[in-house]
Design a protein around this ligand. Structure first.
Ligand SMILES: *Cc1c(COP(=O)(O)O)cnc(C)c1O
Length: 433
């Protein structure tokens, strides 16, 4: 990697290979899709991280989205330390859970009650169970290219033909599970209507990332999301917005408020925990009344609403509520995206950055919109591999896959943004010039 010393990271990686499959605890960390070796990160401060060899990077991965304030924010650290002084976990309610729930519910029009869990995956798994329990139906519609965590029956891709049930996309998921999931293309109303015609009385829910950001950034037209809303009302199904990325990211009330569409159930993760493992799902008091111990849908957690994690979430979300917080983030992102797009335009490079709020994605297309998975040309991802190496060598850390989006945090200051833009432009010259 262009003179960058990665000896210590390599040693740690060699060691980790003895302990973990692929040397990692989550597959994308292995750098396989960029044919590299993972960097082991030693510490982070603000918008920067340092690896085990002391290389410094401006970080646009931000732990895959959670760190909207950047690394090691003093308020977050302080509230964690205060909670920590009192103990780490009790398996009993604490005031910290109340405080975080109140902060969220007081500023969210779409949910009246919520339940904390420990990850986005857990939030989605529980939300789907709730939808099934509340409707007494079995099937769930999801969309190709939306990621909802590693829940068994959502690790499913489209089978052949329209409006058909899915086939599993992971070993270990029984075909019978996959058959409870209907996988449709995004932005395709006809396929949606056909699915409801075929399975009408058995569709418990539609689950969608309202801002699909796990397979590139596939921004949807509001009218498509509106159509999902209407279909669910008409058919007695529930609409689940998976806002694990978009929640507290595109605004405090997430994509629901961004598009002004009211889902029935919302899932959160990532930002909600301030860098600690937290997820949540929420809905109206009536729908949440189905959850145990009030109702018959079982869901539990030994470490759920852990006070240290709640404190971290509280500190972070309090900052998000400050005046102008989201406007400033968006302005920074627009600076990056606007400058790089103008550069690519001028040079005639087949690249463009798509963005929304403080999320951006490097796309190798000149198409004005990418709204579904089949609009992405997988062959072009070979450009990303090369771009990724040049970016790393110039001190820019982005997620190690061309299908991953980048995140801008409140800690990205003017100087680091200018430095990042220059590094992006130089790297693009090296790939396409
Ligand atoms: C990250 C993500 C998940 C899974 O969350 P984990 O905390 O990794 O389990 C689910 N849905 C969406 C939309 C996500 O981006």
């Amino acid at each position: 990697m262009n003179n960058m010393d990665t000896k210590k990271s390599l040693e740690l990686y060699e060691e980790a290979l003895n302990y973990f499959p692929g040397g990692v605890n989550s597959p994308v960390r292995a750098f396989r899709s960029v044919h590299g070796k993972p960097l082991f990160i030693e510490r982070g401060e603000g918008c920067r991280i340092w690896d085990a060899d002391g290389n410094e990077f401006i970080d646009f991965c931000c732990s895959w989205g959670p760190l909207i304030l950047g690394h090691n924010h003093p308020d977050v650290k302080q509230q964690i330390q205060e909670a920590l002084d009192k103990g780490t976990s009790f398996g009993a309610p604490t005031r910290y859970g109340n405080a975080l729930a109140k902060l969220i519910l007081d500023h969210n029009r779409y949910i009246e009650k919520l339940r904390f869990v420990n990850s986005g995956t857990e939030a989605v798994m529980s939300a789907v169970r709730l939808a099934r329990g509340a409707t007494g139906r079995n099937k769930v519609i999801k969309f190709e290219g939306c990621y909802h965590g590693h829940v068994d029956h959502l690790l499913v891709k489209a089978g052949s033909g329209l409006a058909t049930f899915g086939v599993s996309s992971s070993a270990g998921v029984p075909a019978s599970f996959a058959q409870e999931t209907i996988v449709l293309p995004l932005n395709d109303r006809k396929a949606l209507s056909q699915a409801f015609e075929t399975y009408k009385d058995d569709i418990a829910a539609i689950i969608v990332e309202p801002i699909p950001a796990n397979n590139g950034l596939m921004l949807q037209e509001r009218s498509f999301l509106e159509c999902l809303r209407l279909k669910c009302y008409q058919q007695g199904s529930l609409l689940i917005f998976d806002e694990v990325i978009s929640g507290f990211r595109v605004g405090f009330e997430g994509a629901a408020a961004y598009y002004d569409i009211e889902p029935d159930i919302i899932t959160y993760g990532k930002i909600i925990g301030g860098g600690m493992p937290v997820g949540a799902y929420g809905a109206s008091a009536e729908i949440m009344g189905h959850i145990a111990p009030d109702g018959p849908v079982y869901q539990a957690g030994t470490l759920s609403a852990n006070p240290v994690a709640m404190a971290a979430g509280l500190a972070q979300l309090e900052m998000c509520l400050q005046d102008g917080f989201y406007e400033q983030l968006e302005a920074k992102t627009q600076k990056i995206v606007g400058t790089i797009n103008a550069f690519c335009e001028e040079k005639g490079y087949p690249v463009q950055l798509f963005s929304i709020a403080s999320i951006f994605w490097i796309a190798f297309t000149k198409d004005t919109a990418v709204r579904s998975a089949d609009a992405i040309d997988g062959e072009k991802m070979s450009y990303f591999k090369s771009l990724h190496q040049h970016l790393l060598a110039r001190g820019i850390y982005v997620g190690p896959s061309g299908y991953e989006v980048c995140f801008v945090s409140a800690a990205h200051d003017e100087a680091s943004i200018t430095q990042a833009i220059n590094a992006f432009c130089t790297s693009l010259d090296l790939v396409f010039g």
